[in-house]
Write a protein that binds this ligand. Structure first.
Ligand code: AMP
Length: 267
């Protein structure tokens, strides 16, 4: 695996090579690994980036405390025979003016957009830059961050960028909890709470219409969540219309805290 810390040397290497790209913020886990394994099926060169993007964090403390584990990450990527690892500095990413403009679909105002000011602007900004540097043929992204995935797809379509997003299923622990880098900040009792929340949402989702959101938030607090930002049902096949009734085209989106760790999922 070749490791690059600046875009000029990376671009020299990958120029004219069709690239399968997996953007990450590191703290690698089985969710990331599934994206990489899926990308390897396409027989293109795989490029993983690890960049904890300061601009997508609303709070400085959240950025500072985000789990980082470079040595373990590098060893995981070597074992997976990833071709290229891009580990840029903040200057490498933000020290140039990108060609494309940021486009934020109106769905960016909902869910996490409502609770994390500037988050999606930061996400689209960094993806715009990474795409301009790497020019990937395919980008592998997880449905775990469904709102992010949707907004990146809309940004790519709006700018007629020649990169295709491949959507990858959420990978979960046996107890139902979605793998997340932030799980490493949780104690085993906290993971039990996250598991209870997952099973609770699964149990009530088909009868979502008979509950009101405040009642469900209260129930999540009773299960051990410290705070709930949202629990909302959206029809993801119908351009993200909020829906009272749950059906197979719907997903229940949740964001909540266990102590000071914020978790998101969609079920
Ligand atoms: P992150 O490092 O959290 O920015 O995530 C990098 C990519 O991995 C994103 O496309 C995420 O949606 C994806 N991802 C994170 N967790 C999971 C998971 N449990 N299952 C599948 N994909 C995931």
């Amino acid at each position: 695996m070749k490791i690059f810390k600046d875009k000029i040397s990376l671009q020299k290497e990958i120029l004219n090579k069709p690239i399968s790209f997996i953007p990450t913020m590191g703290g690698l886990h089985k969710g990331h690994i599934s994206l990489i394994k899926k990308s390897k099926k396409y027989k293109r060169k795989t490029l993983v980036s690890i960049f904890v993007n300061p601009r997508q964090f609303s709070k400085k403390s959240d950025y500072r405390n985000y789990p980082r584990n470079k040595f373990k990450d590098v060893s995981i990527l070597r074992n997976l025979s990833v071709n290229y690892l891009y580990l840029p500095s903040i200057k490498d990413i933000y020290g140039f003016k990108p060609k494309n403009k940021i486009f934020l679909h109106k769905f960016s105002k909902k869910l996490c957009g409502k609770f994390r000011k500037g988050h999606f602007e930061g996400v689209i900004n960094v993806m715009n830059r990474l795409i301009e540097i790497i020019k990937p043929k395919k980008i592998f992204m997880g449905k775990k961050d469904y709102q992010q995935l949707f907004l990146i797809k809309r940004f790519i379509a709006k700018n007629k960028i020649n990169s295709k997003i491949i959507e990858c299923d959420t990978v979960r622990q046996a107890n139902g909890v979605a793998f997340s880098s932030r799980n490493s900040l949780l104690k085993s009792n906290d993971i039990k709470i996250a598991s209870k929340v997952y099973h609770f949402i699964n149990k009530i989702k088909k009868r979502f219409d008979i509950y009101n959101e405040n009642f469900l938030k209260k129930k999540m607090i009773e299960l051990g969540a410290s705070k709930v930002d949202y629990i909302e049902n959206y029809n993801i096949k119908k351009n993200f219309v909020k829906s009272k009734k749950y059906n197979k085209n719907c997903k229940i989106f949740i964001a909540y805290y266990i102590k000071n760790v914020r978790l998101i999922d969609n079920i």
